[in-house]
Write a protein that binds this ligand. Structure first.
Ligand code: SF4
Length: 378
């Protein structure tokens, strides 16, 4: 869950080994040999979705391997009503909105976007890290700079660190609009839903797991009896993860295994979690497609209320109808493939997106669109 949300994207040392063609070919051959019946898995993370397409794995995988997208693209799961609140904020006198680039083009309920708000005169700046927005606040003391905190457990510690820095340095013209989401509660809600897609396994997000470690996913195996593999993002990582899923199926074990050991320690990053939860606390949150999920978001703790844009500007989530015709909610719950949306590649394209899944570089619709030529949608 990286890219435009500003999260770390550089390859780890040795990553090239996991893109090696000969290694991938041998893993693929093993997968073909070991696949005794169809394997349906959900890639929770948008980076996995993109990697499956960009590497060509999508078209090389045996026909019995079916991958479904999940709620792991932070821009995509940001709810219409949250986008509407961002647009309200951008329209306020004296406010500069600082955001990662992906959010800029996400259409709100009425069709307007932050990009359009900027064109109409609102001050909206693209930043590459929460710390950039602190710099912006220092340079523009006459404005209040509000950072749009959209992202998962990976992004939130850096946002929390920016708030701590702002407090320490007495930077009063800085605030955060927290739209953060927590992955495990969303997986719980997704699996508990009536008509949830039948899954053999979950490919769990590598980036988020660097912070969380493995423990928060154990409920998947213990309560839902669904195995999960925390996987890296190179093609061989994904193939290896699929083999681990098959291994668990063969042995009848439902466990949470770590394929991405070069980046994800078993215990995650306790220091990052400490920083995160010193500033934020869990609260109910709206997710596109999944609506309100208990304790799946982050609000700012009372002692940091001065930096909380929701309180500071008395913002509410406006009631609004969903964007007409967009099936992003179904795509994000693994209910349909993007091509099953009637607007896919017709009214909705990356150049003219109707929904966020076509905007974000990690969006499933964008990945299916960009790499669709000559490939069959499964
Ligand atoms: S194709 Fe466009 S309208 Fe349809 S689900 Fe994807 S983003 Fe939404």
């Amino acid at each position: 869950m990286a890219t435009k949300t500003g999260e770390e994207k550089r390859a780890l040392p040795g990553a090239e080994l996991f893109a090696d063609a000969a290694l991938c070919a041998s893993l693929l051959a093993r997968l073909e040999a070991e696949l005794d019946r169809p394997l349906r898995f959900m890639e929770v993370c948008g980076t996995h979705t993109v990697s499956l397409f960009r590497s060509g794995l999508h078209s090389l995988l045996p026909a019995g391997v079916v991958h479904l997208s999940g709620p792991g693209c932070p821009v995509c799961v940001t709810h219409d009503r949250e986008i509407a609140a961002c647009l309200t904020l951008a329209g306020k006198e004296g406010v500069t909105v600082a955001t990662f680039g992906d959010l800029l083009r996400v259409p709100g309920p009425g069709g307007g976007s932050l990009k359009e708000a900027k064109a109409a005169g609102a001050e909206v700046e693209v930043v590459y890290s929460p710390l950039d927005s602190l710099d912006l606040a220092r340079k523009r003391p006459e404005r209040t700079v509000v950072f749009l905190g959209a992202g998962f457990e990976t992004t939130a510690p850096a946002v929390a660190a920016a708030v701590l820095l702002a407090k320490k340095s007495g930077l009063g013209n800085f605030a955060v609009l927290s739209l953060h989401k927590l992955v495990p509660p969303a997986l719980e809600a997704l699996l508990a839903e009536e008509g949830a897609p039948g899954l053999d396994a979950l490919l769990l997000p590598g980036h988020v797991s660097t912070i969380l470690g493995l423990a928060p996913y154990r409920f998947l195996a213990e309560r839902h009896k669904i195995p999960g593999v925390v996987g890296g993002f190179e093609p061989a990582d994904i193939l290896h993860s699929l083999l681990l899923m098959l291994d668990m199926r063969r042995t009848g074990l439902a466990e949470i295994r770590n394929q991405y050991t070069r980046a994800v320690p078993e215990e995650g990053n306790p220091r990052a979690r400490e920083i995160l939860f010193s500033v934020f606390e869990p609260a109910d949150a709206l997710w596109r497609g999944l609506e309100s999920i208990p304790a799946s978001g982050l609000i700012m703790r009372r002692e940091y209320g001065d930096f909380d844009a929701w309180r500071r500007f008395s913002l509410v989530l406006p009631e609004s109808p969903p964007v007409r015709g967009c099936r992003c909610g179904d795509v994000l719950r693994g209910r349909i493939a993007p091509a099953a949306c009637p607007l896919f590649a017709a009214a909705c394209t990356p150049a003219s997106p109707v929904g966020p899944c076509m905007v974000s570089t990690e969006g499933s619709c964008a990945a299916h669109f960009l790499y669709r030529e000559g490939r069959e949608e499964r």
